[in-house]
Design a binder for this molecule. Structure first.
Ligand SMILES: [Fe+2]
Length: 340
């Protein structure tokens, strides 16, 4: 009897500690409050506790390197393929094996050996003043045509130290070659309405305020601004601009990603795998892109703020891993071109 009681006690002890041991540690540089609700839902669905370490991408990478084999990190979740590439280059990721992930995400949105995967997409697009830019001027607009003399003193874009721009320039190098892209960058810099300053939203606001006629920025920012969640000033600014997808007659709009990978030394690789599968499930994809104003990977609806700009635009199919490969060339090229 005593023996039976003891084994029962032991059993309940082990199952309790087993439950308690179910956790996943996520290092994230994404800055969406809505991600917190996702983590809670994951715990409710699976019983796996989510521990979050958030910070800037570069700081998190340094932390991963410093922690080495003892790092508790299971998942690295960030924006821009260029940032995922940096973690991959340090050999810190393991390949994703999940058939569900690999069948949902097209190969051009994953690491070279599936070290990381897209979770959502964003386009780098052009915002313009409908008062000062004519339909005729906008016809066939492309990243390449931003170097045209007709835009002299009319264009704003943030600094070359920004990863979004480095990835855009990397995509142009991949398509048009380094020489042509350098010539393009030099001519485009001459069109700047001001020295690069501020973030993507500041460029959109500059167009709304009349400081410039055209701005390059990521698509989801207009969704955030139009939602009203970022305040009245940004809402009013957003109403004063229009958005256009570049390169629709050719290569398609530049597509970048929010993405994640499982770390090589992950203490809970199976939980990490479940978390990636969770992020790519239809329900979560729909919730996530409605809150982040990104575009989904799964075939689910987007937020109403983004629907109005059209959904059937042509996307550049270039593999996003090229942004990482060509990042050093892009940085040097921008520097030589006088892009501050
Ligand atoms: Fe952003």
């Amino acid at each position: 009897m005593a023996k039976k009681l003891l084994s029962l006690l032991l059993l309940s002890f082990f199952s309790a500690s087993f439950l308690f041991a179910q956790e996943v540690n996520i290092y994230t540089s994404r800055h969406y409050d809505s991600d917190d609700a996702l983590y809670e839902e994951f715990t409710t669905d699976t019983g796996i506790k989510v521990n979050i370490i958030s910070g800037k991408g570069g700081a998190l990478l340094e932390r991963l390197k410093a922690e080495g084999k003892n790092s508790p990190a299971d998942v690295f979740f960030t924006v821009d393929a260029g940032n995922l590439w940096k973690v991959q280059k340090e050999g810190l990721f393991q390949s994703i094996k999940s058939p569900r992930v690999l069948s949902t995400v097209p190969p051009n949105l994953r690491g070279p050996n599936d070290e990381w995967t897209a979770i959502a997409k964003r386009a780098r697009v052009i915002f313009y003043s409908p008062d000062r830019v004519s339909e005729q001027e906008l016809a066939n607009i492309s990243y390449e045509s931003l170097a045209s003399e007709k835009w002299e003193g009319r264009l704003v874009i943030r600094s070359s130290s920004n990863m979004y721009n480095q990835s855009l320039v990397a995509s142009l190098i991949a398509r048009n070659g380094e020489e042509e892209t350098e010539d393009w960058a030099k001519r485009m810099v001459k069109n700047f309405a001001r020295k690069p300053q501020g973030n993507d939203r500041a460029q959109i606001i500059a167009v709304a305020n009349g400081e410039a006629d055209l701005a390059v920025a990521n698509s989801y920012y207009i969704g955030i601004m139009l939602s009203g969640n970022a305040g009245k000033e940004q809402l009013e600014a957003a109403k004063n601009v229009k958005m256009v997808f570049p390169n629709q007659q050719g290569s398609g709009a530049h597509i970048n990603i929010s993405g994640a990978g499982i770390l090589k030394n992950a203490p809970n690789p199976q939980n990490a795998n479940s978390f990636l599968e969770f992020l790519l499930s239809d329900g979560v994809q729909e919730y996530m892109v409605k809150k982040s104003y990104e575009y989904p990977i799964a075939k689910v609806p987007v937020s109403k703020e983004m629907v109005r700009f059209g959904l059937n635009f042509r996307e550049d199919s270039l593999s996003v891993k090229r942004f990482g490969e060509l990042n050093p060339s892009a940085i040097k090229l921008m520097d030589r071109s006088g892009w501050k």
